[in-house]
Design a protein around this ligand. Structure first.
Ligand SMILES: [Zn+2]
Length: 115
């Protein structure tokens, strides 16, 4: 049985890679965009605790993997959804870059701390 998307009013189902999230591809990318912009705000000043930064790094990696799995699973995706997936990848990459930059600013000489 396919798992329906948990967003009210959405008639799509969750692909296998997103069954844990109970989200269709569209709503998964939207929720990622929202999370990323929150995390971006949170880390912009470079004073998020290290533990939280590590958590965000993990989030970026796991989300990227999940998204890649959906994108390459062979499920039919409209051009619009493909474009959305790519732009969500870009958002994840930019957040990661921002995190590194904020981290460098806040602790000079320790830029390699989060490898
Ligand atoms: Zn949905």
């Amino acid at each position: 049985m396919p798992i329906p998307c948990q967003i009210a009013g959405c008639k799509s189902t969750a692909p296998a890679a997103l069954e844990g999230q109970k989200l269709c591809v569209l709503h998964y990318t939207l929720s990622l965009e929202t999370s990323c912009s929150e995390m971006r705000r949170e880390t912009a000043l470079g004073n998020a605790p290290h533990e939280r930064q590590r958590e965000i790094m993990r989030f970026i990696t796991e989300s990227g993997e999940k998204l890649a799995r959906v994108a390459t699973s062979g499920m039919p995706l409209t051009d619009d959804l493909k474009a959305r997936i790519l732009s969500t990848f870009l958002t994840l990459m930019n957040l990661r870059e921002n995190l590194d930059r904020a981290n460098m600013r806040s602790s000079p000489g320790r830029s390699g701390a989060f490898r």
